[in-house]
Design a protein around this ligand. Structure first.
Ligand SMILES: *Cc1c(COP(=O)(O)O)cnc(C)c1O
Length: 321
């Protein structure tokens, strides 16, 4: 097993959602609370960062650099991990600074991260420049990949699946929001390693299914290799649903709004507007269409993201429904 730093409160709880399950009729829905990983409002990136920060430490780095959207949960958790473990942090965020710092961006600021905006420029070239500049300034930078989704980060979700099985939870389906693919790739590798035979369904939040599936396949194979295992995955095993992309990444539509309200009002459980709201909207829609077989259990893996509830433009939209 690769070494890790301790950042997350593990194991995260698994809870029943009886009111939501009764409302839907079928299936029975459970939730795995990775929104409670505990690092500065938590989320799925905390698990990956336990391994990635350990690699940074081994390399003698002093500065963590990563990149993402304005409301990136990954960037916020990286900033928190850097603070906790004594690194400096530089975040390369897409676009230009908004008028007000809200949600995750406010937290990035509080956590002491230096923020570099890409403005009109290509993100990868800005990232490269920032990295070289930090190197030149003697800051010993370490690049944390986009979404924490390299093999070194994705192994966290192989072990997360083992954690679930150790909680004696064996759902027919595991459903979650999938984007940079690390969560899904890790879960797939974990299923092989630890003998989970149910289905693993990623609800895409930004990519067409064919693109995300290819990314997950490649990353899963690399992740297995990183653990010294040879694995190949077929299209039939990599389940991706892209029916819920709506108006695109980060655009909260009626599907997300309804899911956020239902989970909040039936269960007192908060979802986020970008990822878990979309994935839960997918779950609700699939349940209504009879996609799940009677008696099947579906585990909704809550991946976090709730600070975005308080971010513009989401908070304004949420306040009027
Ligand atoms: C990053 C993120 C995801 C997607 O996870 P990937 O490993 O990038 O596919 C899902 N939900 C939330 C809240 C996230 O921040």
């Amino acid at each position: 097993m690769k070494t890790k730093v301790h950042l997350a409160h593990l194991p995260t709880p698994v809870e029943a959602l009886p009111q939501l399950s009764a409302y839907l009729g079928e299936p029975e829905v459970l939730v795995k609370r990775d929104d409670l990983t505990g690092l500065a409002f938590g989320g799925n990136k905390t698990r990956k960062l336990e391994y990635l920060v350990a690699r940074a430490r081994e390399s003698g780095a002093q500065t963590l650099i990563t990149t993402g959207a304005v409301q990136s949960n990954h960037c916020r958790q990286t900033a928190a991990a850097a603070a906790r473990c004594g690194f400096q942090c530089i975040l390369v965020l897409n676009g230009s600074p908004p008028g007000e710092k809200s949600g995750n961006l406010l937290l990035d600021h509080l956590l002491g991260a230096e923020i570099v905006w890409t403005n009109q420029k290509d993100r990868d070239s800005v990232l490269q420049d920032v990295y070289e500049e930090a190197q030149g300034a003697g800051k010993n930078p370490f690049l944390i990949p986009y979404g924490g989704s390299s093999p070194a980060g994705a192994i966290a979700y192989a072990y997360a699946l083992q954690e679930l099985l150790n909680q004696d939870i064996h759902p027919g389906w595991i459903l979650f929001a999938s984007s940079s693919g690390g969560t899904q790739a890790g879960l797939l590798v974990g299923a092989r390693l630890f003998g989970y035979t149910g289905r693993i369904l990623g609800i895409s939040v930004d990519q067409p299914a064919s693109v995300l599936r290819g990314r997950v396949r490649e990353l899963a194979q690399q992740t297995a290799a990183y653990l010294g295992e040879k694995m190949t995955f077929t299209d039939e095993e990599i389940l991706v649903n892209d029916q819920f992309l709506g108006e695109g990444y980060g655009v909260m539509g009626d599907t997300e709004l309804e899911a956020i309200q239902l989970f909040a009002r039936l269960e007192g459980l908060l979802l986020d507007p970008v990822y878990t709201g979309r994935a839960a909207g997918g779950l609700i829609s699939l349940a209504r269409s009879g996609f799940f077989k009677p008696g099947q259990k579906v585990l909704f893996w809550h991946t976090g993201g709730t600070p975005a509830l308080f971010a513009d433009p989401y908070r304004g939209k949420l306040a009027v429904v």
